[in-house]
Design a protein around this ligand. Structure first.
Ligand code: CUO
Length: 656
């Protein structure tokens, strides 16, 4: 069983990473299999026929074309393949279908369908895909790095290539490029959209619990984190895009697609322009209807019913409408505001499609956060959600308090030698990315070690020590948030203003009153993924019986990289406030069957929810700071505590 596990794992890793190349060690599987000959081995024979029909009539996207999930035709083809792969009734059929399809489908279109199928198939639980940036390095790296990787490959010279952030010091936005261009952040974002695809159909079976609310919350947190990084670098918080105003910041990605076409550059101050299939007026129309729905507290369904938004889960419905996903109550009436925002931005430099300019970074979830306009678009979208949340009644005492439970003290302690209590340290480290897949290996077979080295935000590990006084024995959920103490002008702002910029650091269940929690246990982050060569060497050692091969069926690819848990702060120290809120586990969980231990096993719950099950924490995401706080003095109940802390950015990693 163990060996089968190892083989299964390695095969999927190979098939995913070999996606760029025509020939590979998978040739042996290709010979005799054709999905059409085994239709009884698929749940949905119609999907198989559709996919096979597209392939056999030459209607699939060609290998050299650029796949865009936002293009309805590309998406339809991908869905036909996904349904074929996902619907294979056993692993053998799934695998053989993937091998068959891999050579007949556009590489990125295949990779996307294949990855989503792996993430959702029962028999693939625990399979770790290599990091996205090592599967398709082109879309994560700049062109100069790829060019130098080719040089190294041709001259067979092992090389480490430094990668710089795009732009120059003349552009103030470059101060926060380390965040938007972080390959781990882009990977998290891409994986979130694979775990919760907007095209997901109800009849696939897997439950996508609170998908619309997660869409709101994960992006809301991305914007809040970007704002905290901006304040750490003396930049004002990001301004929302408006359909009629110039897109002030330009962006030059400096990156190229695998086929050699460059990602387009956008100069400063461009205006949104009509596309042949979508006008700026359409956007305003759809947005007007959404605003009407929010103001009235009702959305209008496709069959003419009114559904109230004024409940805890109204945000879920609104999230589906705004994104828009297949779960939207009325996609024809409300449009697909957010998705179309990505497309308008992506095509803004060649709106009439006269010059054949390929899509911009905003049209791919792997590359979107590089562009500062990503955060501006999402601030615009986030403001719609805020409008809705601000219309809900503020939480009353019974919802906020936890009778008999008092937080006595909170401390935050760094683990390095020279740590000062309640002062946390961030720094930039260097990470190596394997570039083996950035270059075509079909001509030069021998391995050459080529890596890119990138600078990334990181922090000193720390722990929270929380002392609770409880008059009764009760399980609890601890919710920890961080928010800048001052705004860009250096002023203190009211809790009702600052709360919307709070960053969730952790959320976890506890049974005891003295709580020690390490920062790396955070349920919003995931550890650094292993690199492709590391993964393969582990697999090979397991196959030789040198190490145990273990599965972690709870493993998630989605999750903020742990390195980014804290905002950068400033060299001289930046003031933040830490908010600790302890709530009643038994009241919060959605079912009495959920235990503390079970909840502890769910990784990256904070931003990524549960892949295909119920989210156990029934409180709205962001609770209790997601609603208006008209009276700050009366808000804090004994089960909450606020701590002042400082985040200091230093040049070198502190001594452990
Ligand atoms: Cu994730 Cu706009 O949805 O990027």
């Amino acid at each position: 069983m163990k060996l089968i596990g190892v083989l299964l794992f390695s095969a999927c890793v190979v098939i995913a990473t070999a996606v760029q190349q025509k020939d590979s060690e998978l040739t042996a599987y290709k010979e005799s299999f054709s999905p059409l000959n085994y239709l009884n081995r698929y749940k949905d024979a119609a999907a198989v026929r559709q996919y096979m029909g597209l392939v056999e009539t030459g209607k699939m996207l060609s290998r050299d074309d650029i796949f865009s999930l936002f293009n309805p035709c590309h998406r339809q083809q991908m869905i036909a393949l996904f349904e074929t792969l996902y619907g294979a009734t056993d692993f053998d059929t799934f695998f053989k279908t993937a091998v068959w399809a891999r050579d007949r489908t556009n590489p990125r279109q295949f990779l996307y369908a294949f990855s989503v199928a792996i993430l959702h198939r029962e028999d693939c639980r625990g399979i770790k895909l290599p990091p996205q940036y090592e599967i398709t390095p082109h879309v994560f790296l700049t062109t100069d790095v790829v060019r130098r990787a080719y040089q190294a490959k041709m001259t067979r010279t092992p090389t480490v290539i430094p990668m710089k952030f795009t732009g120059s010091v003349n552009n103030p936005e470059q101060r926060v490029a380390y965040f938007g261009e972080d390959i781990g952040l882009n990977s998290h974002h891409a994986h979130w959209h694979m775990d919760f695809p907007f095209w997901w159909k109800q009849d696939y079976g897997a439950v996508k619990d609170r998908k619309g609310e997660l869409f709101f919350y994960m992006h809301h947190q991305a914007v809040a984190r970007f704002d905290a990084e901006r304040l750490s670098n003396d930049l004002p918080v990001v301004q929302p895009l408006e359909w009629d105003s110039p897109i002030v910041e330009g962006f030059a990605p400096g990156a190229s697609y695998e086929n050699g076409q460059e990602f387009p550059m956008r100069p400063d101050n461009m205006q949104f322009a009509d596309l042949p299939f979508l006008t700026v007026q359409d956007m305003k129309l759809y947005e007007g209807r959404i605003r009407d729905a929010v103001s009235s507290g009702f959305v209008r369904t496709a069959d003419g019913r009114l559904v109230s938004l004024n409940s805890t889960y109204g945000i879920n419905c609104l999230g589906e409408v705004v994104e828009s996903s297949t779960h939207s109550v009325n996609p024809v009436y409300y449009g697909q505001l957010h998705n179309d925002g990505h497309v308008l931005l992506s095509k803004v430099t060649d709106p009439k499609q006269r010059y054949g300019v390929p899509p911009g970074v905003m049209e791919h979830f792997e590359t979107a956060t590089r562009d500062p306009a990503f955060f501006r678009l999402h601030k615009h979208v986030d403001n719609l959600f805020k409008l809705h949340k601000d219309l809900l009644p503020p939480y009353d005492l019974s919802e906020l308090e936890f009778p008999g439970v008092r937080v006595e003290a909170v401390k935050v302690l760094g683990t390095c030698k020279a740590s000062t209590p309640n002062q946390l340290i961030t720094y930039f480290d260097e990470s190596h990315i394997d570039l083996g897949n950035a270059v075509d290996t079909s001509t030069y077979k021998e391995m050459v070690d080529i890596k890119a080295v990138v600078s990334r935000l990181n922090h000193e590990p720390f722990k929270y020590v929380i002392t609770v006084n409880s008059k009764r024995s009760a399980n609890a959920i601890v919710r920890i948030y961080l928010g800048p103490k001052y705004n860009w002008f250096g002023q203190k702002v009211s809790l009702d203003v600052s709360r919307w910029g709070f960053i969730e650091l952790d959320r976890f269940p506890v049974k005891h009153t003295v709580i020690t929690r390490n920062s790396d246990q955070s349920t919003v982050t995931i550890p650094e993924p292993k690199s492709y060569p590391e993964m393969m060497s582990e697999v090979q050692r397991a196959m030789r019986g040198e190490v145990e091969f273990t599965y972690d069926s709870h493993y998630r690819h989605c999750g903020l990289p742990h390195r980014l848990l804290l905002p950068k702060g400033k060299p001289e120290g930046m003031d933040f406030k830490l908010y600790v809120v302890i709530t009643d586990f038994d009241k919060d969980v959605v079912s009495s069957d959920v235990t503390v231990d079970e909840l502890n096993h769910i990784s990256s719950l904070g931003y990524c929810g549960v892949l295909d099950g119920k989210i156990p924490d029934g409180r709205p995401m962001g609770f209790p700071f997601d609603r208006r706080i008209p009276n700050e003095e009366q808000f804090f109940t004994p089960n909450m505590k606020v701590l002042d802390l400082v985040i200091k950015n230093v040049r070198q990693k502190p001594m452990e």
